[in-house]
Design a protein around this ligand. Sequence first.
Ligand code: F6P
Length: 527
Amino acid sequence: MDWRERPRCDETPEWAALTRLAAAQPDFDVRAAFARDPERFARLSQGAPELFADWSRSRIDAAAEAQLLALARACGLEAHRDALFAGEPVNTTEGRAALHPLLRAPAVGSAIAGWPTPALAPLHRAVLETLERMLAYAEAVRADPDMTDVVNIGIGGSDLGPRMAVQALAAWGAAGPRVHFVSNLDGHELAQTLAGLAPERTLFLVVSKTFTTLETLTNAHSARDWFLAQGGRDVARHFVGITTAVEAARAFGIETTFGFWDWVGGRYSVWSAVGLALAIAIGAEGFRAFLAGAHAMDAHFCTAPLEANLPARLGLLDLWNRDVLGFGSRCVAPYHAGLARLPAYLQQLEMESNGKRVDLRGRALTLPTSPVVWGEPGTNGQHAFFQLLHQGTDVIPVEFLAVARARHGLVGHHAGLVANALAQARALMVGQDDPGGHRHFPGNRPSSFLLLEDLTPRSLGALLALYEHRVFVSGSLWGIDSFDQWGVELGKALARDLTPRLLSGDVTGLDAATAGLIGRLAPFFEK
Ligand code: F6P
């Protein structure tokens, strides 16, 4: 099937069959399903590079999964995946490829036979060249005893990936400089970060794909002003640019730049030079392992039959939960403090990719798309919102993540931590009887469980690539463009209009609510 001719999932007979299947068991109970099928855990779980996934506590059975796989085939998922890897312009509204897997393709020994294809060779060479230059630079920064602090200035995809990964891989950061992140337009964040820094010992990474983003440019200008005001002398040595708009970075006064390409979406860019902060934090070897883990997952996604293809199976589960069962949100609960920023990272990855209301042809969708993704690390979340997950009126699937091995030497923590993740998943499913009472837990609340043996650069790379492909799978079946983000533009344009109005107090032509609030705020901004 030509990837451009793929039908939307709700336009296929397989979709109708899927909804009939669901309608035949309106009161599906996971506990009864386990009792019926001793093989349920084996059927609805599998290993993949660097991790193991179990979704047997979801409200799905093997028959529904088989029908979802048939639906995926009818929707040309494999052809679409192959087009993604071939560098076809799958980002149709922007006429671009989405070739982030190429960023992690090794120089030799690709695990995907025949890929990168000869047609991709020039791009692959450029990727490897930038990677080598970027890693050499990262090592030089790590080896420079005078550079004690690195500040990554960026937002969205130019912040969330590196910020999350640096925290997750803190155990690999020995001997490197301290790495800080500033993203918010709110000057409090930058001011607080700068307060502890010395200009001659600080390196600023200005990370912006477009080099036009208001937050990043405002912070970069303020950081440079601070640097000069504090007696900093060599802007060229202390400011580095990571961007596809190298000329714009030069105009800012930046001499050292690392480029990337318009076919790297912001939320898919941590594998490119956008990951420089991570490379500085974990070193070149660590960064290569991070890429290698992702490449292993790419190979799995490209080569495993759909029945044993983890991104495909989880992406289809997401579609089932959202469109057949109607669950509007998914909670992500990583039981590892290092993964504290994973929910925020996944919010951009999933909600910016699949928060869409029209299909590739611009027709309004009839099925709901991305769920709201949210979460907090366990066990903290247990003492905040798990009450609602257990006894609230909404059913919200929870995705638990746990890591078998701990990298701290503290006794008495890790078994308790992992046991809590297991206990929560079990409690959600089994529930507790107290008919009519406050201690009644209905149970049958769905969850999935991702298990890493260890949190390493390699396993983190594999985990993130799994999520990327999983988001692609559901987006593909919905027939949407998972690689554009037009929905962020309107607010940006309106903010440009409102900023001078806050200073002037001019509310001409505004809606009454905005005008009313400006009326209250303007006195604080008057010059
Ligand atoms: O918020 C929209 C967005 O374009 C994201 O997709 C992107 O990651 C972020 O802004 C930052 O963009 P840039 O890297 O161009 O500064």
